[in-house]
Design a protein around this ligand. Sequence first.
Ligand code: GRF
Length: 229
Amino acid sequence: MTARRRTGILISGRGSNMAALIDACKAADFPAEIATVVSNRPDAPGLERARSDGIATAVVDHRQFADRPAFEEQLDRSLREHGVEIVCNAGFMRLLTEFFVQKWHNRQINIHPSLLPAYPGLHTHERILQDGVRITGCTVHFVRTEMDAGPIIAQAAVPVVSADTPDTLAARVLAAEHAIYPLALRLVAEGRARVVGEKVVLDCDDRATGPLYSPSITQICAPPTSGQS
Ligand code: GRF
């Protein structure tokens, strides 16, 4: 296997998606390794989980900086200090400006708990229940300056049931998030997700029906084995 791509994770809180990425990277054949976890909040519970796995952590507290460029400069520096090549936003609750987004163009990805471009922003599950939506899901996409927007790498569909509360729906979607985020990181780390005209072309698109996958996504997008067309 070629060298694993050094990956930095940005968090603000619980860090369950971060944990899913850390766990995926423990597999011997995973094409990425977690080089550092950076939080903008000193009290983010995810920091402790990362430390318990022996991962270097840093806090870049946005409240300590005069303006966004100063904050983003330090964020960028803390990633580069660890030789980061790919950035994963995992519940990172700061909007990033052009300054940072351009530096990591097509090398920074984010996960959002809806089928984008539907329902960007906060309180996703509440809004979905209010609207009577029957199918929701989650999306991993390359980061652009607009909130929760950018070329889509992977999505998973999740049913909404009539007894759902925002919490039960969030829990069902979160399980799907934990499945697709490592898959999306694998695709990016292996250079198999190319951005063409602001859409992602996957090298496995010809073996699937498009960028919307069922739980069998891991089989659909498994690395091609020799002899397979
Ligand atoms: C997830 O639902 C993620 O999609 C959203 O924020 C939540 C973060 O959860 N951006 P966690 O910190 O990964 O547990």
